[in-house]
Design a protein around this ligand. Sequence first.
Ligand SMILES: CC(C)(COP(=O)(O)OP(=O)(O)OC[C@H]1O[C@@H](n2cnc3c(N)ncnc32)[C@H](O)[C@@H]1OP(=O)(O)O)[C@@H](O)C(=O)NCCC(=O)NCCS
Length: 192
Amino acid sequence: MIIRVATAADAQYADLLCQWYVESAKTRGTGIAKREPDYVARKMASGDSIIAFVDGELAGFCYIEIFDDKTFVVNSGLIVNAEIRKGGVGKAIKQAVFDLSRSKYPQAKIFGITTSLAVMKINTDLGYEPVTFSELTTSEDFWKGCKSCKNYAILMENERKMCLCTGMLYDTPEKQLVQLQVPDFNVTTSSF
Ligand SMILES: CC(C)(COP(=O)(O)OP(=O)(O)OC[C@H]1O[C@@H](n2cnc3c(N)ncnc32)[C@H](O)[C@@H]1OP(=O)(O)O)[C@@H](O)C(=O)NCCC(=O)NCCS
């Protein structure tokens, strides 16, 4: 398997990837998070995506999206060729896009929302934790991506605080350490 940062030359695969997105949404019965080949090609050209090949054939893809002036990033559009799923390709791509995100945007929180058990398992292994949507970006650009989901009405009824997806967040280790510091309760010890 070859896994690498995609480049502008990989634009030749954008159409096929978009077909896979449509097929996957049909199979899963979710709405289509609409992705145009042009958008995918731009992600490739900007160095913000990972592409995988098995035996010389396109095997999968995932890209980075940035929100709130790099406060949050999402590893989005994870897809593996349906014929080679459950063989570890998805996990390997997600690890690579996670590493790319950490090196390009070291201060950013990395998050996702998903109904996919496979993605939940992969994210958990990477150190993501489940969170309520209150911990995620408030960027309209992110949430408008839900408009094509069949559960969008549920999201809006709940004022974007919850829906059928699980929110998952990876915070930087430095910030996690700060959060773990025990507050000073001004404890006094009594002598016996
Ligand atoms: C989700 C997807 C990318 C996973 O890719 P994959 O190559 O099949 O995943 P892997 O083989 O690396 O499996 C990763 C983990 O998920 C588990 N898994 C994979 N498919 C699963 C499934 N359908 N149900 C439950 N668990 C699954 C694996 O057992 C593995 O768990 P482990 O680490 O405990 O062994 C792939 O199924 C896909 O392209 N689906 C369609 C698009 C999609 O749903 N994208 C995610 C949108 S949020």
